[in-house]
Ligand binder design. Structure first.
Ligand code: MTE
Length: 300
């Protein structure tokens, strides 16, 4: 039986933006990089309609290419993503430098349509292609002392003009508690909209943690380390009173400079876009138990 691709299960108007519809399928076929990736649909996908490919690839935060929303789409073209390898080290049985193809080998790819909520109070819905981080961690063998997973982005100032800024202590870093990393909602994404990951979105491989503010979803990963102490994370290092380690989407805990009670859905038009922010970005049933007994005003 032929495996389903995500386009089998998604009505076309949801995944083609208006311009592509007008240009027709020929425009898609004309781009050589756009080999379709086969991925099974996921029970974890939201029923919300995805944002257009254009919104998803042109309104980005990727400070390695600048702080403007269009900087990643303007400048990330210079990034070399092949060859790509990821170092996996720390408290694992099989540490090493894994070539991307080897890292992905055997991991079941799914299309996961996730809500995505940025700390700046805007939101999108993105049809990622990826696999569960837990699958990879199980493969490399997490040792019993490990309590956290630390991630690092590529450091390559020749191709990442934003890394000239002394404002951030590069490389970009993020971290998860081990149980968060092992949760089935946590994926390593290698594509979206059925294609390899666009460069502005963190090609060739990035983290996606849908119940946390977007900055936890680190892009263009080159290192994954299993550690026993809470790792340093870029935004927490910059502004510890504004960005905690946990960073769970929480409408009841405001950012010190703005409310987190509502959000603007990108692409929903000038007047229709405001909506209430949901606890854990709508994934409360799946993840609330991870934080039982924690005061999320303290562990923000
Ligand atoms: N990863 C790296 N390496 N550098 C970044 O600047 N920005 C984060 C996160 N991952 C960032 C990053 C922030 S603030 C957000 S909101 C998301 O990426 C944005 O992801 P998207 O542009 O794919 O929507």
């Amino acid at each position: 039986m032929r495996r389903l691709t995500w386009s089998d299960v998604t009505p076309k108007p949801l995944w083609l933006n208006r311009r592509q519809l007008i240009a027709g399928a020929a425009a898609l076929a004309a781009t050589p990089a756009m080999a379709r990736i086969e991925a099974a649909p996921s029970k974890y996908s939201t029923g919300d309609a995805p944002n257009s490919l254009e919104d998803i690839t042109t309104y980005n935060n990727f400070y390695e290419f600048g702080t403007g929303k269009s900087d990643p789409s303007d400048y990330a073209g210079s990034l070399t993503v092949d060859p790509w390898s990821v170092v996996i080290d720390g408290m694992v049985d099989r540490p090493g430098t894994y070539d991307l193809a080897d890292l992905v080998k055997g991991q079941p790819l799914e299309e996961r349509i996730y809500r995505f909520r940025c700390v700046e109070a805007w939101a999108m819905v993105i049809p990622w292609i990826g696999f569960e981080l837990a699958g990879l961690l199980n493969r490399v063998g997490v040792q019993s002392d490990a309590k956290f997973v630390a991630f690092e982005t590529l450091l390559r100032p020749e191709e990442m003009p934003g890394q000239a800024s002394p404002f951030i202590d590069w490389p970009y870093r993020e971290g998860l508690r081990l149980d968060e990393a092992m949760h089935p909602l946590t994926i390593l994404a290698t594509g979206l909209y059925g294609e390899a990951m666009p460069k502005p979105n963190g090609a060739p491989i990035r983290l996606v943690v849908p119940w946390k503010y977007g900055f936890k979803s680190i892009k263009s990963i080159v290192r994954i380390s299993l550690v026993d102490k809470m790792p340093q994370t870029t935004w927490n290092m910059l502004q510890p009173n504004e960005y905690g380690f946990y960073s769970n989407v929480n409408p009841a805990v405001d950012h010190p400079r703005w409310s987190q009670a509502s959000e603007r859905r990108i692409g929903a038009g000038l007047f229709g876009g405001r909506q209430d922010t949901l606890m854990f970005n709508g994934y409360e049933a799946e993840v609330a138990s991870l934080y039982a007994g924690q005061d999320l005003k303290v562990d923000y």
